[in-house]
Design a protein around this ligand. Structure first.
Ligand SMILES: [Zn+2]
Length: 274
């Protein structure tokens, strides 16, 4: 039964990956997400339902349009596959729960932000602000349903702070502190070294802080700098980039945030209680 749940959730994830591809294609052009229906960019032919089955139709068509032979971007396949695998993994990790719903929303959102930044070096306001809205909604749900996350409140409780607040109130406060802290760190870098990152990295940093709380935010921010630094060094050494190459930074924030959001609970437990 649980296996069936994981598989079905993974298939839903792949279908959502398909939608994330549409968002990644259309949001940068300010195009509608609903119309026109999905079509081949080569010959403009509307896709049949069979051609829209995520992952499998790409494999069956060997990555080419059936009529005109135009290549389907490999990203389409990778995003569907990644979303399917990540959703299945989340379903297995969390089981049916608020955490599964929250992490599914975050995973899908972060994936789109990463893809658009990789392809366009842009973090779009019309993508990032709705995602921040989702994160605030989940934060409100945690308080309303009294379902706090240890990652958010654990440090404060262990530090003996705020005994008059409930765990979920401490958690929400911690998320707010994380958002302000991440925003402050990135705003400082933005001011001290203009051009080192885009203005769109600021709301993304706030989102990272909101997801990770305090002190998880510090781990996510440091993690993103380490990932970015190592990747930059590898690109320089392998001569795939020069010092002037602008490296999209969102993927590193996304990866670090995603990892801390998912595994931060366990790390914090071990850090606080050995
Ligand atoms: Zn075609």
């Amino acid at each position: 039964m649980f296996t069936a749940f994981v598989i079905v959730y993974g298939l839903i994830g792949a279908a959502i990956g398909s939608f994330l591809n549409v968002v990644s294609d259309r949001a940068p052009r300010r195009a509608s997400l609903l119309r026109p229906r999905s079509h081949c960019p080569g010959c403009e032919r509307a896709l049949t339902p069979m051609e829209m089955v995520p992952v499998f139709s790409y494999l069956a068509l060997r990555g080419r349009c059936r009529t005109c032979g135009a290549a389907i971007p490999v990203r389409v396949f990778l995003v569907e596959l990644a979303a399917g695998a990540l959703f299945a993994g989340l379903a297995w990790y969390h089981g049916p729960s608020l955490e599964l719903l929250a992490d599914s929303l975050y995973t899908a959102s972060l994936l789109v932000i990463m893809v658009i930044d990789l392809e366009h070096q842009l973090i779009l306001n019309r993508v990032i602000y709705p995602v921040i809205g989702i994160a605030l909604l989940v934060a409100a749900l945690r308080v309303a349903l009294a379902m706090p996350r240890f990652l958010h409140y654990g440090y404060w409780i262990a530090a003996g702070w705020a005994p008059r607040l409930t765990l979920e109130q401490v958690g929400a406060l911690s998320q707010g502190i994380g958002a302000v802290l991440a925003l402050a760190i990135f705003a400082l870098i933005y001011l001290v070294a203009p051009g080192s990152m885009g203005a769109g990295d600021l709301p993304l940093a706030a989102l990272a802080g909101l997801l990770c709380g305090f002190p998880g935010t510090l781990a996510a921010v440091c993690g993103s700098f380490v990932l970015g630094g190592v990747t930059g060094a590898i690109l320089l050494i392998s001569r795939r980039a020069s010092r002037k190459t602008a490296l999209p930074f969102a993927p590193f924030i996304v990866l670090a945030t995603w990892v801390v959001n998912l595994w931060g609970d366990g790390w914090l437990l071990r850090y606080l209680f050995g």
